[in-house]
Write a protein that binds this ligand. Structure first.
Ligand code: SF4
Length: 724
C-alpha cells in the first residue's frame, strides 16, 4: 500500500496562510485566504523582504489554476485503443512499476530515465535524484534547469568556485551606484524586482545590454543594443578598455585573484575596432560604459538568460565575472556580479541531485568522497551509485539510440515545448516504450504519455524553495488538494515501494524528507544542514551555506574569500567564438527568443489562466519596420519563419525596439506556434546549455490560410483539415 503524507485538517472557516508564488525565482511572498469552496484569494505579502507587497500579474492570478476545470483529477492510463482512461492509483502505480522493471530487465538500468524541473521543491528535487540513482539504478536524469541556469552555474563555479545566483540580498541592488543589467528583461520577467532597480536608478546609472529595446532597456541611461550572440566579445572588449584606461584595480587583483596575466594576454586582442565589428556597439559607447562601471565603488553587474542561453554561455558568464573582478568589485558592499535565476526553484533545483552530474549539497557524482557521503545517507554501497549521465537535450536526443532511454518519468516539465529543435524532441519522446507524466494538466508532453499521474499544486503541499538570492523559503500548505491527486513525493515513494526499496522511501511528512536532505547536504558547497522548517519560517528564509544550527546563514558571499582552497578567485581565459549558426545567404536573419510578462516558461500553466490569455493570447513576431518593408511584411501579417530545423507561422508586430537584422518571438506556446521548433540545439561544451538565443532564419509573408495548411501540416492532418 502507498503511504500517504500527513495532511492538515481542511479549514472550516476563513483561513489565511503565508506562502509564496508558484512561478519565478523571485518567489514573491503572498498570503492565501481560503474559505469553503470559494476561489482562494491571494495578496502580495507586505512583510516579505524580497517583494515587499508587490507581485506581478502571474502571481495575482495564480490561484485560478487550483480549481481549474481542466485539472487532471484521476490517474490516466492509455488503453489498447490509445485512449487515456481513468484508473485507480493502485492500478496506475502497479502498471508503471511493472513496466519499468520489465524494461530494465530487458534493456538495462540506463533504459530508464527521469526528467525533473526547476519548479520542484528542494525536497522533491533531492528525492528525485535519490529515486533515479537508487530505485531505477540509472544514470539518465536531468532537468529543465539545464535550459535555464546551467551556464550561470558553470561560469560561476569556474571563477568563484561556487554557484549561488546572487551572492547578496536583492535589496543590495538599490544601493549600487552603477547597475549593469546584461541580457535580462526583468521589468517583464520579474516586475517586483524593479522596486529595487528604480531606487538604484534614481541615484545612479542604469546600463542595459540587450539586442532588443525591452521594457527594462527603455529605462536605462545607456542601452547597448548588441548583435545577438556577441556578448562574450563585448565583455572582453570592456576589459580591454579597462586595461587601456588604467581602470583595473591592481591591488585587488594581486590580493584576491589568480590568473590575471594569462587573461591579460588574451584580452589584448579585443581592440575597440574589432569588438565594434563583432558587436555593433561603437567604441565611444563602450568607453562610456566602462567608465560608468569602473569609477564608482558600488558597481554591480547582473546577467540574465540573454548571454547565458548560448553555445558559449558559460564562457560569457566567466567573462562578466572576469570584468567585475578586474575592476575590484566582487565581494565589496553593494557591488559585484550575480545572475538572475529564472525558475521558481532554479537555485535549489540545481544543487541537490537532479542534474546528471550531481549529488545533493552541490556535490559532483564523480567525486569519490561525495559518493561515499551520500551512499551512507541513502544506505547503499557507493559503488552501486551510477556515474554521470547525459544533459537534458542529449538525454532526449539519445532516445531511440543504442543505450538511450526507452522509458521516461517526467516531473513538472513540458519537455516537448521547452527543448530546442522541439519537433525532433517531440518525435523522440513519442517513440518511448513508456512515458509517465506527473502533472496537474495535460500539457503538450502529457498528450504523448502512456500514464498521467495527477499531482498536488503548490498551495496544497509544503516544502522549501531557494530563491534567486540563495534564500531558502518555506511554502506552507494553504488548502486541501482534490481528493484523488497525490504529491510527487508520494508518487516516488509509491513506485519505490513497488520496486523493492520501501525502507529507503518511507517518510512520515515532507519535513521528514527535509531532515534527511539537510543531513545529505552537510559539508557540501550548498550546505543546508543548519536549517530547520521552524528556523526558516521564523527568519523569513535563510541563506545558504548554513552549516550548523547555531549558524545564522550567509546572506553575502566573497567578502573575505572565494570558494577555492587558496581563497582566490580564478580568472578564466575565454576567447570569443561565433554562435553555432550565423545568418547566411539561405537563412539571412538572426532569430532570438524570450518572454512576455503575462506568461511563464512553456506556458503550460499560464496559457490556462483567462486573464493572462486575454492580455496576451498569442506569440507575435517582433520585426523592425525596415526589415519588414524589405520582406513585404505589414503589421498583423502572417509570416512564415523557417530555420534548418522547422517552420512556424507568426503574426507580425512591427517595432523599432528590435534590431533590423533580428526577429524575436516568445517561446511560451506549443504545437505549431512553438518558437523552439526553430531554435538550435548547439550546446555549450561545459554547461551543455542549448543555444536558445541565437539561430538563423528566413522569413516571408504568407496570406492564404490554405498555404499555411499546406506548409505546416502533414498529409493526414491536411485531409482532416479539409474534412472539417
Ligand atoms: S511570477 Fe515571479 S515576480 Fe511574478 S508574482 Fe510570481 S514570483 Fe513574483
Amino acid at each position: 500500500m502507498t503511504r500517504h503524507l500527513n495532511l492538515l485538517t481542511p479549514p472550516a472557516t476563513e483561513q489565511t496562510t503565508r506562502t509564496h508564488c508558484p512561478y519565478c525565482a523571485f518567489q514573491c511572498g503572498m498570503t492565501m485566504t481560503t474559505q469553503g469552496d470559494a476561489m482562494p484569494e491571494v495578496r502580495a505579502d507586505p512583510e516579505f523582504p524580497v517583494n515587499r507587497g508587490q507581485m506581478c500579474i502571474k502571481g495575482f492570478t495564480s490561484a485560478a489554476l487550483l480549481d481549474h476545470e481542466a485539472r487532471v483529477q484521476s490517474p490516466l492510463l492509455r488503453d489498447e485503443h490509445g485512449v487515456l482512461r481513468p484508473v485507480s492509483w493502485e492500478r496506475a502505480l502497479d502498471y508503471v512499476a511493472e513496466r519499468m522493471l520489465a524494461i530494465r530487465e530487458a534493456h538495462g538500468a540506463d533504459a530508464l530515465s527521469a526528467f525533473g524541473s526547476g519548479a520542484l521543491t528542494n525536497e522533491k528535487a533531492y528525492l528525485l535524484g535519490k529515486f533515479v540513482r537508487v530505485v531505477l539504478g540509472s544514470s539518465h536524469i536531468d532537468y529543465n534547469g539545464r535550459y535555464c541556469m546551467a551556464s550561470a552555474a558553470a561560469g560561476q563555479n569556474r571563477v568563484f568556485g561556487i554557484d549561488r545566483g546572487l551572492p547578496f540580498p536583492v535589496a543590495d541592488i538599490a544601493e549600487a551606484e552603477t547597475l549593469l543589467l546584461w541580457g535580462s528583461n526583468c521589468a517583464d520577467t520579474m516586475p517586483p524586482i524593479m522596486q529595487w532597480v528604480h531606487r538604484q536608478r534614481e541615484r545612479g546609472t542604469l546600463i542595459v545590454v540587450d539586442p532588443r529595446r525591452t521594457e527594462t532597456a527603455r529605462q536605462a541611461h545607456l542601452h547597448l543594443q548588441l548583435v545577438p550572440g556577441s556578448d562574450l566579445a563585448l565583455a572582453n572588449g570592456l576589459l580591454f578598455l579597462a586595461l587601456e584606461e588604467g581602470l583595473v584595480d591592481q591591488a585587488y587583483v594581486a590580493a584576491r585573484t589568480s590568473g590575471f596575466d594569462e587573461l591579460r594576454r588574451e584580452i589584448l586582442g579585443y581592440t575597440p575596432a574589432r569588438v565594434e565589428r563583432i558587436t555593433g556597439i561603437s567604441s565611444d559607447a563602450m568607453r562610456k560604459a566602462v567608465q560608468l562601471i569602473a569609477k564608482p565603488a558600488r558597481s554591480m553587474c547582473l546577467s540574465g538568460r540573454g548571454p547565458e542561453q548560448q553555445s558559449k554561455g558559460s564562457d560569457t558568464v566567466a567573462a562578466l565575472a572576469n570584468l567585475m573582478l578586474a575592476l575590484g568589485k566582487v565581494g565589496k558592499p553593494y557591488a559585484g556580479y550575480g545572475t538572475l535565476t529564472g525558475q521558481g526553484n532554479g537555485q535549489g533545483g540545481r544543487e541537490h541531485g537532479q542534474k546528471a552530474d550531481q549529488l545533493p549539497g552541490y556535490r559532483f557524482i564523480e567525486d569519490p568522497a561525495a559518493r561515499e557521503h551520500i551512499a551512507r545517507i541513502w544506505n547503499v554501497e557507493a559503488s552501486a551509485l551510477p556515474k554521470k549521465g547525459k544533459s537534458a537535450y542529449e538525454m532526449l536526443d539519445a532516445i531511440g539510440t543504442p543505450g538511450g532511454p526507452r522509458s521516461m518519468i517526467v516531473f513538472g516539465s513540458n519537455v516537448v515545448v521547452a527543448s530546442p529543435k522541439s519537433g525532433s524532441v517531440r518525435k523522440k519522446v513519442a517513440s518511448l516504450d513508456l512515458l509517465v507524466v506527473c502533472d496537474s494538466f495535460i500539457n503538450e508532453t502529457a498528450e504523448l504519455a502512456h500514464v498521467i499521474l495527477p499531482i498536488t499544486q503548490w498551495a496544497e503541499e509544503e516544502g522549501t524553495m531557494t530563491n534567486l538570492e540563495g534564500r531558502v523559503l518555506l511554502r506552507r500548505k494553504a488548502r486541501m488538494p482534490p481528493s484523488n491527486v497525490r504529491s510527487d513525493i508520494e508518487i516516488m515513494s509509491g513506485l519505490a515501494q513497488r520496486m523493492g526499496h520501501e525502507e529507503r522511501f518511507t517518510y512520515a511528512s515532507t519535513e521528514a524528507v527535509f531532515e534527511e536532505f539537510r543531513r545529505a547536504t552537510k559539508g557540501g558547497r550548498a550546505d543546508y544542514s543548519g536549517m530547520t522548517y521552524a528556523r526558516i519560517e521564523e527568519e523569513q528564509g535563510m541563506f545558504w551555506p548554513c552549516p550548523s544550527e547555531g549558524h545564522s546563514g550567509t546572506p553575502r558571499l566573497f567578502a573575505e574569500r572565494f570558494e577555492f582552497p587558496d581563497g582566490r578567485a580564478r580568472f578564466a581565459v575565454v576567447p570569443y567564438r561565433a554562435a553555432g549558426e550565423l545568418p547566411d545567404a539561405e537563412y539571412p536573419i538572426f532569430f532570438t527568443t524570450g518572454r512576455y510578462k503575462e506568461h511563464y516558461n512553456s506556458g503550460a500553466q499560464t496559457r490556462r489562466v483567462d486573464k493572462l490569455v486575454d492580455a496576451k493570447s498569442e506569440p507575435r513576431l517582433q520585426i523592425h519596420p525596415r526589415l519588414a518593408e524589405r520582406l513585404g511584411i505589414t503589421e498583423n501579417a502572417q509570416v512564415l519563419v523557417e530555420s534548418r530545423r522547422g517552420r512556424v507561422v507568426f503574426r507580425a508586430s512591427l517595432s523599432v525596439d528590435v534590431r533590423p537584422d533580428t526577429l524575436f518571438a516568445p517561446f511560451h506556446w506549443g504545437g505549431r506556434l512553438a518558437a523552439n521548433l526553430l531554435t538550435n540545439p548547439s550546446l555549450d561544451p561545459t554547461s551543455r546549455m542549448p543555444e536558445f538565443k541565437v539561430c538563423a532564419v528566413k522569413a516571408r509573408p504568407i496570406d492564404a490560410s490554405s498555404e499555411v495548411v499546406e506548409l505546416l501540416f502533414d498529409s493526414k492532418e491536411r485531409s482532416d483539415h479539409a474534412a472539417s
